[in-house]
Design a protein around this ligand. Sequence first.
Ligand code: URP
Ligand code: ZN
Ligand code: ZN
Ligand code: ZN
Length: 460
Amino acid sequence: MSILFKGGTVVSAKDRRQVDVRIDGEKIIEMGTNLKTKDSNIVDVSGCFLLPGFIDAHTHLELNNGKGSMGTADNFYTGSKAAVAKGTTTVIDMATPSKGSSLKDCLKVWDQLARGNSSCDYTYHMSIIEWNPSIKAEINEMIDAGITSFKMYMAYDNLRTTDGEIFEAMSEIRKFQGMLGIHCENGDMVNKMIAKFVAEGKRSPHYHPLTRPDSVEAEAVERYLMIADLVGLSVNIVHLSSKRSLEAVQRARARNQKVYVETCPQYLVLDDHLYDGPEFEGAKYVCSPPLRKISDQKALWDGVINGQVNTISTDHCSFNFEGQKTIGKDDFSKIPNGMPGVETRPELIYTYGVTTGKISLERMIGLLSEDIAKQFSMYPQKGIIQVGSDADIVVWDPNTTGIISATTQLQNVDYTPYDGMQTTGSAKSVYLRGQKIAEEGQVVLEKQGKFIFRKSTKNN
Ligand code: URP
Ligand code: ZN
Ligand code: ZN
Ligand code: ZN
């Protein structure tokens, strides 16, 4: 039985139109004014926006595969439920191999974790944490398996590679028209500053951001973009957090490099005063790059407004405060890095971006859905409400109000960095490939997610 959404306003990154939308099976089959009922089930969506399902291009739902104290609090089952409940219908998760593992084996592990457990559609960025001839030979195989994007790290001793390795990996990824995203921080500098503070007995969360100042990020961004320039590869910068880094990006763009910039809600609505909270509270906000200054926040919003920032994803990487963050009680450098957020991104950006007048709803759709789909080769299957696309539809009620709270959230973690923040607007219902999967913030049909096979331009 087809479904006919009547009376709503369909929004894309470009415009909004008052049209009815008919979906049948997994797809959108007809759009237009005053569509006839035919034999469709009517859903009255007057007063609401119809938005393309949001895409989160940066999650760590299964970092360390849930193993031991450093496994993430969420997994594919809990994290994807939290995602869809609030309108995120697709995630691109960071598949992260252990040392010595092949990319193929990592892909198998992630498929086992996601398949049958995920309530949203999913794909992966394949992390390259070491570089050798066999990993090199696997780049093409990943592309053929539908994984067109990769992730590398310039910080974290267990994950980072050298500049030379990044150079070689970029060259290989370029051959197959893949996309590379990098965590930009100067790992050596971070290590030196951590060692210094710890030796001086400065061990509270207050010191975390001081070991990773904006210069640590901006230097890595500059270096990464120079390497990309040498190779001639268009690249992505994940979780960009500071004004100085954005300036480095603008320098690269001025020399005609194509650079994509992702930022995250935490860098737009939170700031570094939170590390000075009482007791050990600051540990909740330990992530890398760290929360920044109000001046950085302002520069990032300006970038979001003027297009210097391309996408907003979450870097969702949840660790419980009790038992996980507390591992670093006597030494901030042992606090697991990361924060939850896959659930709260749509409401936060709508509230603090759209209702404040900073950005239009159209721009929000670009940042959270359409431009992500385009960048990561999922468009127009995902990212837009148009005939032929997947029927991933968020019925958005602009008039609701709420308060973010750890006690009511679906994320499987004992706190939220946004606790107590007020929100306006929310997903009234959410459809994934034609099926209603969430209503009023609760999941009504779970585990319907499937793997999204992507094609690089190599395959076109
Ligand atoms: O602190 C963070 N961001 N943890 C998640 C891993 C990463 O760096 O993206
Ligand atoms: Zn990172
Ligand atoms: Zn401070
Ligand atoms: Zn991340």
